[in-house]
Write a protein that binds this ligand. Structure first.
Ligand SMILES: [Zn+2]
Length: 246
């Protein structure tokens, strides 16, 4: 089976559509790792686009915040603006869709899907090899797919107990990780708000026959998204950052 693995679309329809066009004919099904909404100006459109495809999706912290399942005072002011704006904009049927999302999924026997980490699926950021290493105890499958940090990376479990995991950072526009028996935590990066200094949308393709996980980048019309955010009086920091990828 061929999967399009995406995370953190964050209501950025133009980035999402660029990914779908770039990956066209290369996948059978979508796995989405949460945060479909929040930050961006197209929440309804992104939920509706995702639902045009055969897909599985889990909940992220921004999805929960929009549903009032998290206290928005824990968000910074800019993120909170976007949560409150999204609450006003979201159609009831799209809110119901977000309500239906689980926190964990086990797919294709070998893959655990969570937003943040298997230890704390909503909140924890796996930003360091040490944190990744601790998380290998918290899932049973060979592979775990996560999002939440908005930076593509692969962590390979340490061979020896007591040592730390290895972080593999994709350094080319198309980066292929071969899946063998070694346990991995894999993050495809963010579709709608990358934070690794590259403004292009990030996504992955997973082929469970060739056992390859390929992380890719694709440009989209950042200025058009920024203009829509400006029309809706989004804070400058939220639209500025899209141009820099942070
Ligand atoms: Zn996010």
């Amino acid at each position: 089976m061929r999967y399009l693995v995406i995370s953190d679309i964050h209501a950025n329809l133009l980035a999402f559509d660029a990914v779908l066009a770039d990956a066209a004919n290369a996948f059978d099904k979508i796995w989405c790792l949460g945060d479909v909404v929040g930050y961006g100006p197209y929440p309804n459109e992104c939920v509706e686009r995702l639902n045009e495809f055969d897909h599985k999706c889990i909940a992220g912290n921004h999805d929960w915040a929009v549903l009032d399942k998290l206290d928005v005072t824990e968000f910074n002011l800019n993120a909170r603006f976007a949560v409150l704006w999204t609450q006003k904009e979201l159609k009831p049927e799209n809110r119901a869709y977000l309500e239906s999302l689980p926190l964990y999924l086990l797919e294709d026997e070998q893959f655990t899907l969570v937003h943040g980490s298997p230890r704390h699926p909503i909140w924890e950021y796996i930003l360091y090899p040490k944190v990744a290493q601790l998380n290998f105890k918290h899932f049973e499958t060979t592979y775990c797919l996560v999002g939440h940090t908005h930076s593509p990376v692969i962590y390979a479990e340490a061979e020896n107990p007591g040592s730390t995991s290895e972080a593999i950072i994709p350094e080319s526009d198309t980066f292929v990780q071969h899946l063998n028996a070694r346990r991995l935590i894999m993050n495809p990066g963010s579709v709608g708000q990358p934070r690794d200094g590259d403004a292009r949308a990030s996504y992955a393709l997973l082929d469970t026959e060739t056992m390859e996980f390929t992380i890719k980048r694709v440009p989209y019309d950042v200025e058009k998204v920024q203009a829509k955010m400006q029309r809706h009086d989004f804070p400058a920091k939220l639209w500025n950052r899209l141009a820099f990828g942070y």
